[in-house]
Design a protein around this ligand. Structure first.
Ligand code: SF4
Length: 397
């Protein structure tokens, strides 16, 4: 079946069983891509009323028909499960090469069921699959977890999707981090992974994805690369990242500001992608085969908010809006520190920032006070208060 590996991996952590199932070609035609297939599997297999953090919930990692091919942008993967944040269908989407590796390792999807009695990780290599002990990784931030797992499996080219301490502690907006700075961010699926005692999935595959007409696909790739090279929008994306559009959003009155009380922010130019490129940006990154190096990198040995560890990347638009204009913070340094904290603990920057904005509005209106915040004066624009509260949130203190 071209475009697909043709197999689904099913891992039951309670029983410690691992088995392969054939992929139903008809289902893949009816339910497009990883998101479609994942929604269909959940719909078929989950009982109504399942506790999202109970062993009955399922966590599914999925690829699509383009994953593992030479197409730019194909490296993304999807994770689905019942969301502990919304109680509804949860889906998150992540860049990096984990998806390509999973496909090349022989699987279109990996369904994780049950709950391990002790922390484990799943190691998938070219069709060989094993559950391994993750006891010594429990409690570790995502960066050292990634390094430790690559060393343990003895392959620096393996790709890791893991949780940090926030997922272990079941923070309801915990995410799954891949490559230390890429997030399957939304809907709290990191907490579902934590509830299963699953610290990480590590994938490595060397089998090329099968495509029906490689020459024609090569032509499409050439066309897309040409477009990217000559398109001013794509060039700006490479130069300024996703936050390059902040001045436009501000002019249009749709930059999320002061917990959505406003749509424009006086300090917008200080949090723009252009300002970041001209000040604290230390590099850019891009996914395998993608011509647009839009991922930001900020590495600071020292700052008024402490060092910022470059392994956790740099803030993208959503993070900058969530920890910047939404909180009336006009300084990219604490915003990038917040990005580092979120990626290290494994929490979704969008949910973390918007919850902070809601709490700041509650504080402003006197609905909550320092008695509720453990002494932190959660005032609009106060970056130190934001960082202190974020650390507490990530640790569920
Ligand atoms: S670098 Fe950005 S645009 Fe390119 S594939 Fe990765 S996430 Fe997509």
């Amino acid at each position: 079946m071209n475009g697909f590996a043709g197999k689904i991996l099913r891992v039951n952590l309670t029983e410690r069983s691992i088995r392969e199932e054939p992929l139903d070609a008809e289902v893949t035609r009816q339910f497009i891509g990883g998101r479609g297939l994942g929604a269909r599997i959940l719909f078929d297999e989950l009982e109504a009323g399942v506790d999202p953090l109970g062993p009955e919930n399922k966590l599914i990692f999925l690829t699509g028909p383009a994953s593992g091919t030479m197409l730019p942008g194909q490296t993304r993967f999807i994770v689905v499960g019942k969301s502990p944040l919304t109680g509804y269908f949860g889906e998150a989407n992540c860049s990096g090469s984990f998806g390509s590796e999973l496909k090349r390792a022989g699987y279109d999807a990996c369904i994780v069921e049950g709950k391990a009695s002790t922390p484990v990780y799943l190691w998938i290599k070219d069709g060989a699959v094993e559950l391994r002990d993750a006891g010594k990784l429990w409690g570790m931030a995502t960066g050292p977890t990634d390094d430790a797992l690559k060393a343990e499996v003895g392959d620096p080219n393996a790709w890791v999707a893991c949780i940090g301490p926030a997922g272990e502690k079941l923070v309801k907006f915990a995410c799954i981090i891949s490559d230390k700075h890429r997030a399957a961010g939304r809907t709290g699926l990191g907490a579902v992974m934590g509830s299963k005692n699953l610290k990480a999935v590590v994938a490595r595959g060397t089998r090329p994805a099968q495509v029906a007409n490689p020459d024609r696909l090569r032509g499409v790739v050439r066309f897309l690369l040409d477009q990217a090279k000559n398109n001013p929008g794509q060039q700006n994306l490479g130069k300024y990242g996703t936050s390059g559009g902040i001045p436009t959003l501000n002019a249009q009155g749709i930059l999320p500001t002061k917990n959505f009380q406003a749509g424009d922010f006086a300090g917008f130019s200080k949090i723009s992608g252009e300002h970041m490129a001209n000040t604290i940006l230390t590099g850019t990154i891009h996914c395998q085969g993608c011509p647009v190096p839009h991922d930001r990198l900020v590495d600071m040995k020292d700052s008024p908010y402490g060092p910022i560890d470059g392994q956790y990347g740099g803030a993208e638009y959503e993070t900058i809006a969530a920890f910047g204009s939404l909180l009336l913070i006009d300084d990219l340094v604490p915003i990038n520190k917040a990005n580092e904290i979120c990626n290290a603990y494994g929490v979704d920057t969008i949910s973390a920032g918007t919850i902070m904005a809601w709490a700041m509005e509650c504080f402003d209106r006197g609905i909550i006070t320092e008695k509720d915040t453990d002494g932190i004066a959660l005032k609009w624009g106060d970056a130190r208060a934001m960082l202190a509260m974020l650390e507490k949130t990530c640790r569920r203190r």
